[in-house]
Write a protein that binds this ligand. Structure first.
Ligand code: TXE
Length: 487
């Protein structure tokens, strides 16, 4: 494994060309645990030189050992990696909770999803067919699906394992060689999984990991002329920089940039079923989820009742340390904690009504980055809290009169990632679901537990391109058309 337990503070190095490698200038970044704010590991602060070495290693693999494998052999390696991840599940989950702060049950769910991604894409690798096109009788036209070449993957900190699985798993299955830049706040599980990949026999250079700062290692990867395709999940601002860098090299990019997703609750909804899902959709992972259900749109006749019921649940919520199975853990870092607190302050200064707030567990360490979950109602659709992604445990509720207004409000932000529709009226549920300008709509449910098989991605400020499911595999390919004259 890639960690040297020389002292309490483990050192983790990059994986380049199959070897553990220090940053070219030897620089390290401190890794603080969000649970208590204490230093517990150090990672390499990757440089442009390291990124260049990783891209060259990936190119060599792409032109060498990696490309010599058949699709079936690539798939088998991914399936072996899925088994290795499952075998290492408890260690990975504990490491993720320490590094990221998420409750252990969420870390375990992330490990399961990661293994499923490798299994799903591994078993799909040799089913990625091309097609034959009817043309002149004198010609045979074949269209084959081919990998882009060397792909770059910039991963955020909120679901490191899941996002690594959906992006890198698909890219490898399609035959690309990969260079990955994990988030500086959550690199450790990705490094460990990469070490497992080496153990199960991935050829050197097929999977390279360069940790470090976004503005240095991330920017170098996005701009590297040796990269043939990029996958980015993170903030819209950084997404713009990544897409600009990709444009300069004329390569494609998928962007997954978060959301401000609405849950629309009609007055005939099954509230017993809806209420836990309405709360969980914003509390899961401390609200640091791109598809978090951060806005409730509630039909006016039941507005007060639903707000009261959600408020009651909110008051019982506790943020706490991951090993105590709290409702939510800490925010990822101090900057994110302050960002959420600033939104809360601003909302209060603007006179928004706090319908309910949860608390911070009494045994949560003082140095951790905890935030009490807060529910505001009623909140105007135009307010900052209704329009901007907070990425924390902050929920707003807005009343609506009728179906047309519900659709207008649900689609009324710059984002378009996910939506929920709660009604017993089957015709209406389908009509409203199909009017949502988002990549995924949930009817009488919310969230898909990873949703490995289900295409996912956004409209507008949520980004473009699709990940997960077979669509996500196709994104990591392009085509080559063969025009063969035979008569
Ligand atoms: O994101 P960044 P941050 C949103 C969420 C959050 C906000 C800020 O609203 O509050 O973004 O989070 C790398 N070139 N999401 O600052 O900067 C960085 O190292 C290339 C939504 O953490 O976008 C990390 O690996 N890469 C979201 C990744 O980009 C750069 C998940 C994401 O970091 C870079 C996370 C650069 N110049 C945050 N600068 C979602 N869609 O789920 C940084 N990076």
């Amino acid at each position: 494994m890639n960690d040297q337990a020389s002292s309490a503070v483990a050192l983790h190095r990059n994986l380049i060309d199959g070897r553990d490698t220090a940053a070219s200038d030897g620089a390290l970044l401190d890794v603080l645990s969000p649970i208590d704010g204490l230093l517990f590991a150090r990672i390499a602060s990757g440089t442009a030189e390291d990124v260049d070495a990783a891209v060259k290693a990936a190119r060599a693999a792409y032109e060498g050992a990696w490309s010599r494998l058949t699709a079936t052999e690539r798939g088998r390696l991914l399936i072996k990696l899925a088994a290795a991840v499952e075998g290492d599940a408890e260690t990975l989950a504990a490491l993720e909770s320490r590094d990221n702060g998420k409750p252990l049950r969420q870390s375990r769910a992330d490990v399961t999803a990661l293994a499923r991604y490798f299994e799903y894409y591994g078993s799909a690798a040799d089913k990625l067919h091309g097609e034959v096109i009817p043309y002149l009788n004198t010609h045979f036209i074949g269209v084959e699906r081919v990998p882009h070449g060397v792909t770059g993957h910039i991963i955020p900190w909120n679901y490191p394992m899941q996002i690594f699985g959906r992006s890198v798993g698909a890219a490898l299955a399609a035959g690309n060689a990969t260079v990955v830049k994990p988030a500086e706040d959550a690199s450790l599980t990705i490094l460990r999984v990469a070490a497992l990949a080496r153990e199960v026999g991935f050829p050197e250079g097929a999977l390279n990991i360069v940790t470090g700062l976004g503005r240095i290692a991330g920017a170098a990867l996005a701009a590297h002329p040796g990269i043939d395709f990029l996958s980015f999940t993170g903030s819209p601002e950084t997404g713009t920089m990544v897409q600009t860098a990709a444009a300069k090299n004329h390569v494609g990019v998928t962007l997954e940039l978060g959301g401000k997703s609405a849950q629309v609750v009609f007055d005939d909804a099954d509230l017993e079923r809806a209420l836990p899902a309405l709360v969980n959709a914003i509390i899961q992972n401390g609200g640091q989820t791109c598809s978090a259900g951060s806005r409730l749109l509630i039909q006016r006749g039941i507005f007060k009742d639903v707000v009261d019921a959600v408020a009651e649940r909110f008051r019982a919520l506790r943020a706490g340390r991951p090993d105590r199975e709290p409702d939510l853990g800490p925010m990822i870092n101090q900057a994110q904690q302050r960002r959420v607190q600033a939104y809360l302050e601003r909302a209060k200064n603007e006179g928004l009504t706090v319908a309910a707030a949860g608390g911070i567990a009494s045994d949560a360490p003082a140095g951790g980055y905890y935030v009490a979950p807060t529910f505001f109602a009623p909140v105007a659709h135009e307010s900052v809290l209704s329009q901007e992604e907070v990425f924390g445990p902050v929920l707003v509720a807005t009343p609506f009169e009728d179906e047309a207004e519900a659709v207008r409000l649900a689609n009324g932000t710059a984002y378009g990632l996910a939506a929920g529709v709660w009604t017993r009226d089957a015709m209406r549920s389908t009509r409203v679901a199909r009017a949502m300008r988002v990549g995924q709509v949930f009817v009488n449910c919310y969230g898909a537990g990873g949703g490995v098989e289900l295409p996912f991605g956004g409209f507008g400020r949520s980004g473009h391109g699709r990940e997960k499911g077979f669509e996500g595999l196709v994104e990591f390919t392009t085509t080559r058309t063969l025009v063969i004259a035979h008569g």
